[in-house]
Write a protein that binds this ligand. Structure first.
Ligand code: AP5
Length: 206
């Protein structure tokens, strides 16, 4: 199995494609955002610290995320391979992977135009009970789904989206050069139908 990093702006489809690879190839997805949201929901000490940063669309401080992710990657189910979805997101996080001798084979960098990102994020809804992700523009929930059961992530509101896109440019984009210089970066066109994007990612993984 392969060890991958999924890099890309908010709404690029990192989570969507990870989920498809989990179903199709049995890969292990480690989503920094999902682990942090779980901590917030459970009101753990980490969750209490992370909540305000996340709601504003800012990054959670490096050391908190590094400790969380390194511990998760060291679990036995990750021995053969994993997808790091949304981690690393800063140079300090990328350096921490190296320091902890966590190697990756490839870094898939999703390329999506900003207007498409904003449309996807503004349309994303999560089912309150099942946790399934839908999109009011592209991926409608099954007929009969109650509107009240579909919730919007607090950080998908316009102000937070604006901030997340800014933070991506200042803090995360430098990782493109970082991994390019290491020869691990593969750019993938993230626009178009998600099945088509999945095909491109599978090709990039070869
Ligand atoms: P996180 O949850 O990781 O948010 P993100 O990176 O902003 O990623 P998203 O989930 O918004 O986008 P995605 O690329 O996964 O797109 P998705 O597939 O969901 O992080 C949230 C917060 O946690 C951060 O802001 C930060 O505070 C904190 N955090 C997380 N990691 C951190 C780190 N390493 N360091 C510090 N803090 C950290 O798709 C989005 C929508 O588009 C969906 O509705 C989907 O259905 C739709 N869609 C996807 N692909 C397509 C397609 N091809 N066509 C049409 N629609 C599509």
């Amino acid at each position: 199995m392969t060890k991958l990093i999924f890099l890309g702006p908010p709404g690029a489809g990192k989570g969507t494609i990870s989920q498809r690879l989990v179903k199709r190839q049995g890969m292990v997805q480690i989503s920094a955002g999902d682990l942090l949201r779980e901590a917030v929901k459970k009101q753990t000490p980490l969750g209490m610290k992370a909540k305000a940063y996340m709601e504003k669309g800012e990054l959670v401080p490096d050391q908190l995320v590094i400790d969380l992710m390194v511990e998760r990657i060291r679990q036995p189910d990750c021995k053969q391979g994993f997808i790091l979805d949304g981690f690393p997101r800063t140079l300090a996080q990328a350096e921490a992977l190296k320091k902890n001798r966590i190697e990756v084979d490839k870094v898939v960098n999703f390329l999506v135009a900003e207007d498409i990102l904003i449309r996807r994020l503004s349309g994303r809804r999560m089912h309150r009970i099942t946790g399934e992700i839908f999109n009011i523009h592209t991926l409608l929930p099954p007929p009969g789904t109650k509107e009240a059961d579909l919730i919007q992530r607090p950080d998908d509101k316009p102000e937070a989206v604006k901030k997340r896109l800014e933070v991506y440019k200042t803090d995360t984009m430098p990782l493109i050069d970082f991994y390019n210089q290491e020869g691990r970066l593969v750019n993938v066109d993230g626009e178009g139908d998600s099945e088509v994007v999945l095909g491109r990612v599978l090709k990039a993984m070869q």
